[in-house]
Design a protein around this ligand. Structure first.
Ligand code: FMN
Length: 372
């Protein structure tokens, strides 16, 4: 008998959380929080729209664990207890519409570019040429503090009622910076060899586990390799993932570390090629925890193919759900034309201008229609 393979609309249970289908709304900075990182009505509305739209699991936009780890304008915060109350609103609205919800937690490290925060000095594993913005190497005490901040943030996540917490270990933020030989040139216990470069991950994981206990789901979005010459290699990323799994990690979402390939621009005429499918297939072979794949997935047929071949357990999307929050319900109703998203990245522009997230192409079409 052939091996059973799930389809995208089959439910999945991860550590006791029953998720209604295999679709994930990947973490999306929606620039809808207040300047102090608090949830607003606009933040709630964005989550409501995707929850109503049929997705099984939502990951919030990244939330900073420490005030000096804030990456972007109007980003969610989880650095203080006062953030918890607003976070509860996100949990409630997701649950009201039958979706599960995880909060993504991050420390930006050097990566303050999205903010144009040129006056701030980023904290980094090392001072390196790899980054142009102002930064300095963290002291040992600062590293210990950030590790504690990740634990405290995870505790707040559980307190707010999130179904899981997801560490942001991708896209060049602090965790990626520790893992990468390009940005981690330390020679103490945090750098100098692959084992020491991943020690930050291990200690963050332990801190989080101490804070939330053995049973609470702790996930990571992870770049298994860098998109940069002489950066993190896949074999090293897989080794780090295996160690995290042994430390009690419960699921992983596969993306990229340093480099620009996280949200590639491609035209609708390009072949649909999920950016990190091979990495995800490798992760499936390397660890025994659920694997989510994000990046460039635009059709139900592709989602089915990925699951059928066992290259991932869940299908994660970001930009398609900015344009069409109801995409999953549409596919489920039988209208299986691919996502309307054209991967133009105009969605990023709203946040950079300090406005709440929208689809730039939808806005352009609307304006064009209004002008007629
Ligand atoms: C507007 C916008 C905000 C994003 N915010 C986050 C974020 O907060 N955390 C994160 O891990 N990735 C973030 N991403 C990256 C996406 O989660 C995703 O990895 C990437 O867009 C590729 O998936 P896609 O092709 O389905 O859009 C963001 C992407 C966009 C376009």
């Amino acid at each position: 008998m052939s091996h059973w393979r799930p389809t995208p609309f089959d439910p999945i249970t991860i550590e006791g959380i029953n998720i209604r289908n295999r679709f994930v709304r990947s973490a999306t900075w929606d620039s809808a929080a207040t300047d102090a990182g608090d949830v607003t009505d606009a933040s709630v509305k964005i989550i409501e729209n995707v929850a109503r739209g049929g997705v099984g699991l939502i990951v919030t936009g990244y939330a900073y664990v420490s005030d000096h780890g804030k990456a972007a304008i109007r980003q969610l915060g989880i650095s203080h207890d006062r953030h918890i109350e607003g976070m509860r609103r996100l949990v409630k609205v997701a649950h009201d519409y039958g979706a599960k919800i995880a909060v993504q937690i991050v420390h930006a490290g050097i990566n303050l570019v999205l903010l144009g925060q040129t006056d701030r000095i980023g904290l980094a594993p090392s001072k390196t040429e790899a980054h142009r913005s102002l930064h300095r190497a963290m002291t040992s005490a600062e590293i210990d503090e950030v590790i504690r901040d990740f634990g405290a943030a995870a505790e707040r996540a559980a307190e707010a009622g999130f179904d899981a917490v997801q560490l942001h270990g991708a896209h060049g933020y602090l965790m990626s910076q520790f893992l990468s030989p390009l940005t981690n040139r330390r020679t103490d216990k945090w750098g100098g060899s692959p084992e020491r470069r991943r020690q930050f991950h291990v200690e963050v994981m332990r801190s989080v586990r101490r804070a939330v206990g053995e049973d609470y789901p702790v996930w990571i979005k992870m770049g298994l390799q860098d998109d940069a010459d002489n950066g993190l290699q896949l074999s090293e990323g897989l080794a780090a993932l295996a160690i995290l799994s042994a430390e009690g990690l419960s699921a992983v979402e596969i993306s990229v570390g340093l480099g620009g390939r996280a949200a590639r621009i491609h035209t609708p005429e390009d072949d649909e090629r999920p950016y990190f499918r091979e990495d995800s297939a490798e992760a499936k072979r390397a660890v025994d925890i659920p694997v989510m794949l994000v990046g460039g997935i635009r059709s139900l047929a592709m989602a089915e193919d990925i699951l059928r071949r066992g290259d991932a357990d869940m299908i994660s999307m970001c930009r398609p759900l900015i344009r069409e929050p109801g995409l999953i319900a549409r596919w489920q109703r039988g209208d299986t034309t691919p996502a309307k998203c054209i991967s133009c990245n105009k969605c990023f522009g709203f946040g950079v201008r300090g406005e709440a997230l929208e689809c730039g192409e939808e806005r352009r079409l609307r304006e064009e229609a209004d002008a007629d």
